[in-house]
Design a protein around this ligand. Structure first.
Ligand code: NI
Length: 159
């Protein structure tokens, strides 16, 4: 396992649409392990593969610090409600901004064994799923931010 370099806003790789994963290779397993390690080391709650420079539809999320989800080729299939709150991103350290997201989402994804599963989330988990899926399509939360970006010292909820 290795910590990978997190790409920051302005890096072109963050604007690209990622490709679906078709098979679980040792290379992809290593990428996923590195993504988890990189996310934990950076104190984030989520990380998408393009944030480490890899254009594959892979996301890791852990909003509690002890319950990691790996989402391969994730799709949001249901969403409802609304939440408005501060959002941050490991690709834009030290900043946060107000973003409105669904309060509930259901995603369908593949796990590390390429088996399909459903992940339902509310509040922070729902926000993280939306934020990470956006990364896979080359979008960052700054495109959705309401009002100015703020400086933050606590980056605990960056994704
Ligand atoms: Ni992010």
């Amino acid at each position: 396992m290795a910590i990978r370099n997190i790409r920051e806003l302005g890096d072109e790789v963050l604007t690209k649409k990622c490709k679906p994963v078709t098979e679980m290779t040792s290379r992809n397993r290593e990428l996923i392990e590195d993504m988890l390690e990189t996310m934990y080391e950076a104190g984030g709650v989520g990380l998408a593969a393009p944030q480490v420079g890899v254009l594959k539809r892979i996301v890791v999320i852990d909003v509690t610090g002890e319950d990691p989800y790996i989402l391969i080729n994730p799709r949001i299939v249901e969403s409802s409600g609304e939440q408005t709150g501060q959002e941050g991103c490991l690709s834009l350290p030290g900043k946060s901004g107000q973003v409105t997201r669904p309060n509930y989402v259901k995603a369908v994804a593949l796990d590390v064994n390429m088996r399909e599963y459903e992940l339902e989330g509310t509040e922070l988990l729902a926000r993280a799923i939306c934020h990470e899926v956006d990364h896979l399509d080359g979008h960052m939360y700054v495109e959705k931010v309401e009002g100015p970006l703020q400086d933050v010292t606590n980056e605990d909820e960056d994704a």
